[in-house]
Design a protein around this ligand. Structure first.
Ligand SMILES: Nc1ncnc2c1ncn2[C@@H]1O[C@H](COP(=O)(O)OP(=O)(O)OP(=O)(O)O)[C@@H](O)[C@H]1O
Ligand SMILES: [Mg+2]
Length: 272
């Protein structure tokens, strides 16, 4: 775990109250005809400056929760606020405060990292030398050589492309960064680079981060607190030590996970 720089008593970075989200049955997408409850009465609070982890099996509702926080989806019931601003009523303000990195980030593959990011900068109303310097600094910090910065994205590995996606999210200097599986599919070196970047953002700039991951070591290393989500409900929330202390005879975070979720990764789709 990295040093805690939370601002106790301040307005929370995120407050989720009794949120429900259901999707209409869509056989093509999830093989279900009935409406499906993806988030089922979730409440949680993330303090400013925290790195907060969301763990759960495939399909447990992590990405849906991230999308609810980032204003891409509206809750059916309950409320979400970001630094005190309601995600439905104050959507524009919320969007200025946060940015999200998801696994399905899209880019112009024939253009280079710098070209893609300068283009994104224009969409964010950022431009000029300062933006260019920031982009180069971010990419360099993530291990990009000068040549890689200028190479078409289609020639870069998946890991490098993921780093471009993270750099794009950081361009707007968000106070809250939502990272949906930021290190999935990365080799150990790239994974370490991304983890170090998250740790630095937290330690040096106090950026609040919410991250989802299937990597227990990563969660343990990076997160101040962790919540475990199972079939749309939070089944545990606390520091790694608290989560371990709450279960008898567990050694590792992975033990806690299996104790609470009780199924192999990815088995949830068979449940009805
Ligand atoms: N737009 C949608 N329409 C219909 N069902 C959806 C939609 N988005 C998500 N779901 C369903 O809601 C459930 C939760 O999905 P979600 O993507 O939040 O899971 P997750 O925890 O992020 O899983 P993973 O670890 O695989 O990324 C899944 O069963 C999924 O099929
Ligand atoms: Mg997901």
């Amino acid at each position: 775990m990295i040093a805690q720089v939370t601002t106790a008593g301040a307005v929370p970075a995120i407050e989720v109250r009794e949120v429900h989200k259901r999707f209409a049955g869509d056989r093509k997408r999830n093989g279900r005809r009935k409406p499906f409850i993806a988030v089922n009465g979730v409440s949680l609070r993330v303090e400013q400056g925290e790195v907060f982890g969301l763990l759960g099996a495939n399909g447990s509702g992590k990405s849906t929760l991230i999308r609810l926080i980032s204003t891409l989806l509206y809750p059916d019931a309950g409320s979400v606020s970001v630094f005190g601003h309601d995600v439905v009523r104050d959507q524009r303000t919320v969007r200025r405060l946060l940015n999200r990195v998801s696994v399905e980030a899209s880019f112009f593959k024939k253009l280079s990292a710098i070209e893609n990011l300068m283009y994104a900068g224009r969409l964010y109303n950022l431009s000029g030398r300062e933006t260019r310097e920031r982009v180069v600094e971010l990419l360099t910090q993530l291990g990009f050589s000068k040549a890689k910065i200028r190479a078409p994205l289609e020639e870069l590995s998946r890991g490098m492309q993921q780093k471009v996606a993270i750099s794009r999210a950081l361009m707007t200097r968000p106070k809250l960064l939502l990272l949906d599986e930021p290190t999935t599919g990365l080799d150990p070196r790239s994974k370490r680079d991304v983890q170090e970047l998250i740790a630095n953002l937290h330690a040096q700039h106090g950026v609040t981060c919410v991250l989802t991951t299937h990597d227990m070591d990563e969660a343990e290393r990076l997160c101040d607190r962790i919540s475990i989500i199972d079939r749309g409900r939070i089944v545990a929330l606390g520091t790694v030590e608290e989560l371990k202390a709450a279960q008898d005879g567990v050694q590792t975070l992975e033990d806690v996970f299996f104790e609470l979720v009780g199924r192999a990764w990815g088995d949830e789709e068979d449940d009805e």
